[in-house]
Design a protein around this ligand. Structure first.
Ligand SMILES: Nc1ncnc2c1ncn2[C@@H]1O[C@H](COP(=O)(O)OP(=O)(O)OP(=O)(O)O)[C@@H](O)[C@H]1O
Ligand SMILES: [Mg+2]
Length: 242
């Protein structure tokens, strides 16, 4: 059985089927791009896996453990961490404090000095070593993004869900961001990343899955997925201002 199995996931909002029967699997250590036009259901699918939203139907398992039906804190304990499309850090807390919280509530439930050590390692991993006592609100945008990634890593996830983590970076920051994600992928963590920047998807993801109107319309090696006529049509159908 695959490491992450999403089987027939559905999420309805009133009459809208934002996720409409999506099935896909990830092997342990895989890094997969989750693509699709605006409003196609990518974030909603991430929310179903992380438990931020309960699924309307379907079943999601991680390493054989059923996630659907679990509370988000239980899903975090089971090894799932995510970043948010809009950065969510706690501006008045120090970087260490920001990152200790997920160390406490993550997969290994660290406490006290151990949580502080795990937090320090996560900050180090994203390039924020030496900044521990700064407050999150003082950080530049890229550093807030680094901090948010550190918060996810401090939970010591086996599955990391990235929701447009690279969005809004300038070209040199983008290269740094890609290098950072590549290091994480090489460390063996399984990554499902929502991303609109095709340069990043091509650089990082051997495989891509594409959603449109809540459904999966492609699941293939990245170049094949991007040249799939159904995928091209889905992107062309997107309003120009979206
Ligand atoms: N909490 C909610 N309540 C009602 N509708 C929602 C909710 N969350 C998402 N939607 C709707 O579900 C659909 C899918 O939204 P979602 O945010 O998953 O898209 P997305 O693929 O992440 O888009 P983007 O690329 O713009 O981030 C959209 O029509 C959106 O308006
Ligand atoms: Mg989204």
């Amino acid at each position: 059985m695959s490491f992450l199995v999403i089987d027939g996931a559905v999420k309805t909002f009133g009459g809208l089927r934002a996720v409409d029967g999506v099935s896909l699997s990830l092997e342990q250590g895989e890094i997969v791009g989750l693509l699709g036009p605006n409003g196609s259901g990518k974030t909603t699918l991430i929310n179903l896996v992380s438990g931020a939203l309960p699924a309307s139907d379907g079943r999601i398992t991680l390493d054989g453990t059923r996630l659907t039906g679990l509370r988000p804190d239980r899903i975090a304990r089971a090894g799932v961490a995510r970043t948010f499309q809009l950065v969510r850090v706690l501006p008045s807390l120090t970087l260490t404090e920001n990152v200790m919280i997920p160390a406490v509530f993550g997969a290994h439930a660290h406490w006290g000095a151990a949580a502080r050590r795990v937090a320090g390692e996560a900050l180090d991993r994203v390039g924020l070593a030496g900044r521990e006592t700064a407050t999150a609100g003082e950080l530049t945008y890229i550093d807030q993004k680094r901090l948010e990634l550190a918060r996810a890593l401090a939970a010591e996830p086996s599955l990391l869900l990235l929701d447009e983590w690279l969005a809004g970076l300038n070209p040199s920051e983008l290269l740094e961001g890609i290098a950072l994600i590549r290091e994480l992928a090489q460390s063996g963590i399984t990554i499902l990343m929502v991303e609109h920047i095709m340069e990043a998807v091509r650089a990082l993801c051997p495989r891509a899955v594409v959603m449109n109107s809540g459904r999966l319309i492609a699941d293939a090696p990245t170049e094949a997925a991007l040249s799939d006529p159904a995928v091209i049509a889905a992107y062309l159908g997107e309003p120009a201002d979206a």
